[in-house]
Ligand binder design. Structure first.
Ligand code: PAF
Length: 283
């Protein structure tokens, strides 16, 4: 069922048999793909299997202007509301909410939002490459959490650093909400599913699989930190522009090696399309 704002959704929820339901929330920026499908299916499964009383899976679709560091990226971000509604409902959503800008930013979209400093979580990797990105993410997720008041909220591991930042936000500000990480969904060749993949040409999309293969090679090597620079060069030789390819702790994003905690993170551009991915180190 589609709602054009959280107020209408809340009224519906409180006015019917689902009043007081356990709320399972999947926030998105739309252009849904099967990676989002997995998030929604994980929420549906949990709703069906774990709660005795009523439960309600709600998906939001809002392209958040404050988290784009490049206006051209914001302008090019695909809006596909009809397809989003269909995919979300097929995956098991009870409600899909499309809030307007005025509900998310009642004072208007600010030119700049409050800066967030969670140490390396917000300052490293994506935080360093995309200035202000996590400020915008935290701002909008904070508003979404206040409006939805979920019990459980689902986020994909493809955006691992975002997931870590949101876990921190929830730990600091939202007692009672559980963040549920959902593994990355990959295309057949290994490319992590992303709304941006549709901007790749078919040959680029095939070639982009080399990113995952390279990350796996680094993650499985006996010295992943040392393997990064050769791996970055090999990606460059295949036509990728590498922004970073590095190893850091999964929970804190600190770079000091701690066995069992490390992940390989990369951000690259292929034909102007920015792709990110990450995998766990074997050791
Ligand atoms: O991952 C996303 O789609 C967005 O960053 C999020 C969490 C919905 C906030 O706009």
């Amino acid at each position: 069922m589609r709602f054009l704002g959280f107020a209408a959704w809340r009224e519906h929820l409180n006015g019917g048999p689902n009043k007081g339901a356990t709320v399972l929330f999947v926030p998105t920026m739309g252009a849904l793909h099967e990676g989002h499908g997995d998030l929604i299916r994980a929420a549906r499964k949990m709703a069906d299997e774990h709660f005795e009383g009523p439960s309600h899976v709600v998906v939001s679709v809002f392209i958040n202007p404050t988290q784009f560091d490049e206006q051209s990226d914001f302008a090019a971000y695909p809006a596909t509301p009809e397809d989003d509604l269909r995919l979300a409902e097929q995956a098991g959503a009870d409600a899909v909410v499309f809030p307007g800008v005025s509900e998310m930013y009642p004072e208007g979209v600010p030119g700049q939002v409050d800066a967030i400093d969670y140490g390396p979580l917000t300052s490293s990797l994506e935080g360093a490459e995309r200035r202000g990105h996590f400020d915008g993410v935290v701002t909008v997720v904070r508003t979404l959490m206040r409006l939805v008041q979920p019990d459980w909220a689902f986020f994909g591991e493809k955006d691992w650093q975002q997931l870590a930042v949101i876990k921190k936000l929830v730990e600091l500000e939202f007692e009672g909400i559980e963040v549920v990480p959902v593994p990355t969904k990959r295309e057949r060749g290994g490319l992590a599913m992303s709304s941006r993949n549709r901007r790749l040409s078919p040959p680029q999309r095939q070639g982009a699989a080399a990113l995952f293969a390279t990350l796996m090679r680094v993650a499985d090597s006996h010295d992943p930190s040392a393997a990064c620079s050769e791996a970055a060069q090999s990606l460059e030789s295949l036509g990728f522009d590498v922004e970073y390819l590095t190893v850091a702790q999964g929970d804190s994003l600190e770079t000091k090696w701690v066995s069992g905690k490390m992940r390989v993170f990369a951000a690259v551009r292929l034909g102007g399309v920015r792709l990110i991915d990450n995998v766990a180190c074997r050791q």
